[in-house]
Design a protein around this ligand. Structure first.
Ligand code: ZN
Length: 285
């Protein structure tokens, strides 16, 4: 094999020309062309890859922007909903407070009508006493006030202590023994000896036994303010210091002491002062 290649080029008018190319130059040229082609292919690949990656990145950014938009819209909707719930909650709470104030005022009115005034806090510090001006706006104050009213009602002697009819009213009257005008510090309820006598509010028995004029008597303290007294009893069924609940049977009607016939002498004292128990008993005259 020679080291040269003869290339014969033939023209249109039968002219021919011979080119002599060395084989090693051909190889070098082929290698150069091959390397160039490789470089071109590599740079084409890099360019295409870069374009594809850029496109993919732009797609991801677009997706993220779209997701952010969706989340923002969701967030706005949730905020609107939260605001709506908060408004509804505020309205419900306000209605509840108004309702509670209304009820408290009704209870206060009833207490006023039966002669029980709520203590006024003269110190100006509402937290110190059971008096809070109504209506109050704060749910806590409204609850506190109603709870204090309930406490007061719990300690107010209410209803009739026994069966019977009103035989003598509270206040000035003619004394049944000597005919002179005297102050009657309670009401008399007449019925049969042995009629059950019940506590009219929860409290503590502070004294019981025979007392001049009252005969067999029970005195119950209902907290700081009210005391109830039951006189002319036949039987005493409680002991001093005993706790009683509203409706508990504490004794029976009798005719003991300064009494002209079987009846219960029933007294209510408000901070020691005798008040007319009639309005608190709902007795028929
Ligand atoms: Zn009496």
């Amino acid at each position: 094999m020679g080291k040269k290649i003869h290339i014969i080029i033939t023209g249109e008018n039968s002219q021919s020309r011979s080119l002599v190319v060395r084989k090693n130059r051909m190889r070098s040229a082929a290698i150069a062309v091959g390397v160039l082609a490789l470089v071109l292919v590599a740079s084409l690949y890099v360019s295409v890859s870069s374009l594809l990656e850029q496109h993919s990145r732009q797609q991801r950014v677009a997706d993220l922007e779209s997701r952010v938009d969706w989340l923002s819209s969701q967030n706005r909707e949730l905020l609107t909903e939260v605001n709506r719930y908060q408004s509804e909650k505020k309205a419900l709470l306000s209605n509840a407070v108004n309702h509670l104030n209304e009820r408290s005022s009704q209870i206060e009115d009833i207490l006023h009508k039966v002669g029980i005034e709520l203590p006024v806090d003269e110190s100006g510090e509402s937290s110190g006493g059971p008096y809070i001006e109504v209506p109050v706006d704060s749910p806590d104050d409204a609850l506190l006030f109603s709870s204090q009213l309930i406490d007061i009602i719990e300690q107010v002697p209410l209803g009739v202590p026994c069966e019977g009819y009103l035989s003598s009213s509270f206040g000035r009257r003619r004394d049944p023994f000597n005919g002179r005008t005297a102050f009657h510090s309670g009401i008399d309820i007449a019925h049969y000896v042995g009629t059950k006598v019940k506590a009219t509010a929860s409290g503590t028995v502070v004294s019981c036994g025979s007392v001049s004029g009252y005969g067999k008597m029970i005195k119950i303290s209902h907290g700081d303010r009210f005391t109830s007294v039951f006189g002319h009893l036949d039987k005493i069924m409680v002991k001093r210091g005993e706790q009683v609940a509203r409706g508990d049977v504490i004794g029976t009607m009798g005719n003991t002491g300064r009494s002209t016939g079987p009846h219960l002498h029933y007294e209510i004292r408000d901070q020691g002062r005798a008040i007319n128990p009639y309005s608190l008993t709902y007795l028929k005259k």
